[in-house]
Design a protein around this ligand. Structure first.
Ligand SMILES: [Zn+2]
Length: 115
């Protein structure tokens, strides 16, 4: 049996998916925020201690939230349960990917909601 490098790569992706059971991708994504900050989003982001970010700063690491956050009623909005939260309403409108919101909430609560 002959395994090409490409085949092995695919196996790696599939087995990683099954092992962790929650990853939709194993590839890091890089975002560049308007101020030039580059953010790397990896499926294993929580494994690297990013949870040490103060919770009030966490939303700033989600560029998808940023453009809506200013419209929240409270400027210390955690975008979880506050009334008139622009992030939540944009989430409901489908303008913020649910996946991103779930990972935000998961990091904020420091819990694995996929269990
Ligand atoms: Zn909010």
């Amino acid at each position: 049996m002959h395994f090409t490098p490409d085949f092995n790569a695919r196996v790696g992706v599939i087995s990683d998916y099954h092992a962790k059971g929650k990853h939709t991708t194993t590839f890091a994504e890089m975002y560049t925020t308007p101020d030039g900050t580059q953010i790397i989003d990896t499926p294993g982001i929580r494994d690297f201690g990013v949870v040490d970010i103060p919770s009030e700063e966490l939303p700033h690491y989600f560029p998808e939230f940023r453009k809506f956050m200013k419209a929240c009623r409270f400027n210390n909005c955690t975008h979880i349960h506050e009334p008139d939260c622009a992030v939540l309403s944009q989430l409901n409108e489908g303008n913020i990917p649910q996946e991103r919101y779930y990972s935000y909430r998961s990091i904020l609560n420091n819990e694995d909601i996929f269990k």
